[in-house]
Structures are given as C-alpha cells and as structure tokens.
Design a protein around this ligand. Structure first.
Ligand SMILES: NC(=O)c1ccc[n+]([C@@H]2O[C@H](COP(=O)([O-])OP(=O)(O)OC[C@H]3O[C@@H](n4cnc5c(N)ncnc54)[C@H](OP(=O)(O)O)[C@@H]3O)[C@@H](O)[C@H]2O)c1
Length: 262
C-alpha cells in the first residue's frame, strides 16, 4: 500500500482499518485478522474502544512482521496528566502486545497537557478532534508539531477550517467515519456516482477521501466488506463528482465530544 510521509519523516499507509465498536473478543479479533489477511497494514484503535487486547492478539497471530505494520492507539480524556498518560501508554502497549507504537493520539482536545515524547516508544504523536483554536493553544507550548489530526471527515462532512489549518502546517488529516458512520449508504447522489463507476458507495467515499489527500479509516467487522473496501484505489472522480461529494447533505456537522457515544 502507498504511504504518506508525516512531518517527522515517518511513512504511514494511506488507508487504515477502523475498529471502533468492533467488540473485544472474537469479533474484533476476527475483523483485524481478516483485515490483515486482506492487505490492510494500518490499524486504528483506542484505549476507550476496549479492544486493544483482541487487536493485539490478531496482530500477533497474523504472522505479518511488525515492521510492515502501522499501529495507532489513543489516550483517553480522563488520563491526560503526564503520569496518567505514561501509565495509559504502557497499558495500551501491553494490551496490544507491542514494544512500540507507530502513532499515539490525544483522543480529544485538552491542549495544555501535551508533553514531550523524548523517552517514549512512539514513532509519531498526534491529536484527534482538534479544531484550529485547540491547535493554536497547543502550539503555544508544544515542542513537537503533531504529525496527525484525526477528525471526522467524509463526503458531506467537510470541516473546512481545520482542513485548511492542518494543510498549511503540514499535519496529516486522518478521516474517521469515512462513510459518515453509515449515513452515506442511503444517499441517492452517492449511489448514482457509485453506479457510474461500477463501484460501491463505500469505495467511492474512500476514493474521495484519498483524492483530498486524507487518510481514511474505514471500519467493518464483515469479511466481505473488509476486503471490498480495499478496492478503492485508482478510481478517478470527475471534478464535478468530487465537488458533489464534498458538499452533499448527509449530516448536521462535526460532533462535540458529548455527542459521541463511546
Ligand atoms: N478519533 C475519534 O474520535 C474517532 C471517532 C470515531 C471513529 N474513529 C475511527 O474511525 C473508524 C471509522 O469510523 P466509524 O467506525 O465511526 O464509521 P465508518 O467507518 O464511517 O462506518 C462504519 C459502518 O459502516 C459499515 N460498513 C463498512 N463497510 C461497508 C460497506 N462496504 N457497505 C456497507 N456498510 C459498510 C460498518 O458495518 P459492519 O462493521 O457491520 O460491516 C459500520 O456500521 C473507527 O472504527 C475508529 O477507528 C475515531
């Protein structure tokens, strides 16, 4: 899989496998195993998804060499003091059964507590759900520019200001909820574009995301979808289709933390 280069030089596969709501135990284990078998090399989890153990077990059992994988997890909101963060990081690493992480994200903004990465076993650090004012506050004191901002981005969910801000600073945008968390599948306009290309709505949504230069994180626990979603490369959307997807009305706006049902 192709990669983007992060602002610290680390290479990151252009598409990641989402695991939110992939229940710990057999469901998450099988989904991640299936994803690795299908060719995904970038897995996105979080402490709050409570499935790091199953994700880790699937990684070990997949037989894919560690250096070929890119693994992201996230620090939860209640653990953002320096000591708590160190402890949470160690716990995530142990649950995942890894000796280093590729990317560690602050899951939701709490800027003043981002600290140094010097002694940690992490290849890149980043943030999630940070808006420009959160990033401004962070950058007043942070020693390290976040490599990534993982935000909600999908056709019809275009957070213009944060997109412009991160592009200008060289912070890679990861797109969570790349299918509008399921809402896109009912859109007639997206179905039409998909039919024009002989592709699925999911594949079109991912192609759009890649064309924007985002890094989409599609989630599925269904083997056939896990495989089919990977077939999203090389789809050439016309300018008109691209703009239609950008502005399509599918939902009411980006969520706040309390809108999200973790
Ligand atoms: N940083 C954050 O705050 C944050 C917040 C939310 C999500 N995320 C990350 O982003 C990932 C993706 O977001 P998401 O899980 O919320 O939403 P999503 O990937 O946009 O949508 C997932 C839904 O789409 C369904 N689906 C997947 N492929 C499909 C296909 N080809 N056809 C029809 N339905 C399909 C899945 O069903 P099945 O699973 O039943 O197949 C699931 O219900 C998460 O898993 C997580 O890793 C991060």
């Amino acid at each position: 899989m192709n990669t983007y280069q992060l602002n610290n030089g680390v290479e990151i596969p252009v598409l990641g496998f989402g695991t939110w709501k992939a229940e710990n135990g057999e469901i998450a284990y099988q989904a991640v195993l299936e994803a690795l078998k299908a060719g995904y090399r970038h897995i996105d989890t979080a402490a709050i998804y409570k499935n790091e153990e199953s994700v880790g077990r699937a990684i070990q059992d997949s037989g894919v060499p560690r250096e070929e994988l890119f693994v992201t997890t996230k620090l939860w909101n209640s653990q953002q003091t320096y000591e708590q963060a160190r402890q949470a990081f160690a716990e995530s690493l142990a649950k995942l059964g890894l000796d280093y992480l590729d990317l560690y994200l602050i899951h939701w903004p709490n800027p003043k507590l981002l600290r140094e990465n010097d002694q940690w076993k992490i290849r890149a650090i980043g943030v999630s759900n940070f808006l420009p004012h959160h990033l401004d506050a962070l950058l007043e004191t942070a020693k390290i520019l976040p490599a990534v901002n993982q935000v909600r981005l999908a056709p019809g969910v275009y957070q213009e200001e944060v997109v412009a801000y991160c592009r200008e600073k060289g912070i890679l945008l990861e797109a969570w909820g790349p299918f509008g968390q399921g809402e896109l599948f009912d859109s007639k306009q997206v179905q039409e574009i998909a039919a024009n290309h002989g592709k699925s709505v999911a594949q079109i949504a991912l192609a759009w995301s890649l064309a924007e230069g985002f890094l989409p994180l599609p989630k599925s626990v269904t083997a056939s979808r896990i495989q089919a979603n990977l077939d999203c490369f090389g789809i050439e959307l016309s300018h008109e289709e691209h703009e239609t997807l950008k502005t399509i009305a599918v939902q009411s706006g980006a969520p706040r933390v309390d809108d999200v049902d973790f």
